[in-house]
Design a protein. Structure first.
Length: 387
């Protein structure tokens, strides 16, 4: 077993999770289709040499992204505010005004548009899953050019003062090669700043955000392993920090010519979190199993809020059928669809006016106030369980 960051032979598996849907965020238009989705196993390995955590059972050939994939978080005001303040901060910090910005894996271009609007920049987005109808609805302005392809050295003619890459690196099977390819593509812009954002594995290991373990993610980075990856790939790391209540990890870097010291950064804390994880995971899982059986015994009407990765993983972990009947999501593209693996119907918040649930499972505490406000407006008295 070779570590994908430092190539050492030392990684060993410390946690296993079987039978998880390959995709949490596919749109399943029928219940049968949702129940029949293909599944895979997660075997988390830890490299004691560079602190990296990854799924050593990951089979990239099983994943094939299509436009049926929907993971935009931009429907939530809370998330919009976060993204917009992030765009502001980066533009200000690196003085990205009237410049060129590349967004690798730009999704539907929401974040790129923010960076361009706030700094009057010209944006180039790369994403094979971009939906063409977005060009017609006016949300893609003349300052944005979206290329429906993966970013690679063949696009080195596109200039960048800032290269963003958010929630992409964790999906890449060969992260070292991916970073090398970005390095090659940017050779003519040595002054360009890179801004990467990934899920923070410490949120899972330290804060027990255990529903973030999904098959689509090959790598689970912490500030040490991502710094080691960037250094090994010829970048100078300018900053790393956590955002979104510790759930995300950001790294800022630029190309360097200096031959980097090959010394890898390590952390005893991370090794400790890894060694405690299996036991703490089991404890957390048990406590939710108890709550779910109480709901069943008392015939309570329960729904879960958020048909994103966390919600889908929670439902599949417990193979939930009747205890939670519906999943609420504010993304209209998900409403009317069914949850991969467990088959619950995804509904809009409005549905709750009639359904009047007794319990709402909230998958992400960060959205709690937003949800509470909506329920107050509906005059629904409901118990919240933050997962
Ligand atoms: Zn390693």
């Amino acid at each position: 077993m070779k570590c994908p960051v430092c190539e050492s032979d030392s990684p060993s598996v410390f946690f296993e999770m079987d039978d998880v849907p390959l995709f949490c965020n596919i749109l399943c238009s029928t219940k049968d289709y949702a129940l029949a989705v293909q599944k895979g196993d997660i075997k988390l390995a830890f490299c004691g040499d560079c602190m990296h955590v990854y799924n050593s059972d990951f089979k990239p050939e099983l994943l094939d992204y299509t436009p049926e994939y929907e993971n935009s978080l931009h429907f939530s005001n809370k998330f919009q505010d976060y993204a917009s303040s992030l765009a502001n901060t980066i533009v200000e910090k690196y003085n990205i005004q009237n410049k060129s910005v590349i967004d690798v894996g730009c999704g539907q271009g929401d974040f790129l548009k923010m960076v361009c609007d706030v700094g009057n920049n010209k944006g180039f987005g790369f994403d094979p899953s971009f939906r063409d109808e977005k060009r017609q609805d006016g949300s893609i302005s003349a300052d944005l050019e979206i290329i429906k392809d993966y970013y690679s050295p063949k696009y080195s003619n596109y200039s960048a003062d800032l290269l963003c890459c958010r929630h992409v690196l964790e999906h890449i099977f060969e992260p070292g090669q991916f970073m090398q390819s970005i390095r090659t593509a940017l050779q003519n812009r040595k002054d360009a700043v890179l801004f990467f954002e990934v899920p923070n594995v410490l949120y899972t290991l330290r804060d027990m955000g255990i529903w973030d373990l999904i098959y689509e993610h090959y790598s689970y980075f912490n500030s040490f392993s991502i710094t080691n990856l960037f250094k090994c790939s010829g970048f100078e790391v300018l900053d790393t920090y956590e955002t979104f209540a510790g759930q995300f990890l950001c790294i800022e870097a630029r190309l360097t010519d200096n031959s980097q010291s090959s010394e890898l950064m390590i952390s005893e804390d991370i090794s400790n979190y890894v060694s405690l994880f299996q036991k703490q995971y089991a404890e957390k899982k048990d406590s939710f199993a108890k709550q779910l059986s109480e709901i069943k015994e008392n015939n309570l009407k329960a729904v879960l809020w958020g048909a994103g990765s966390k919600g889908v993983t929670f439902l599949n972990t417990f193979k939930i059928k009747d205890e939670i009947q519906y999943i609420v999501d504010i993304n209209p593209r998900k409403q009317g669809m069914f949850v991969a693996g467990t088959g619950q119907k995804i509904i809009s918040p409005d549905f709750l006016r009639e359904f009047k649930p007794d319990v709402i499972f909230i998958m992400n505490a960060i959205y709690r106030n937003e949800i509470q406000k909506m329920m107050d407006e509906f005059q629904i008295d409901v118990k919240f369980l933050t997962v």
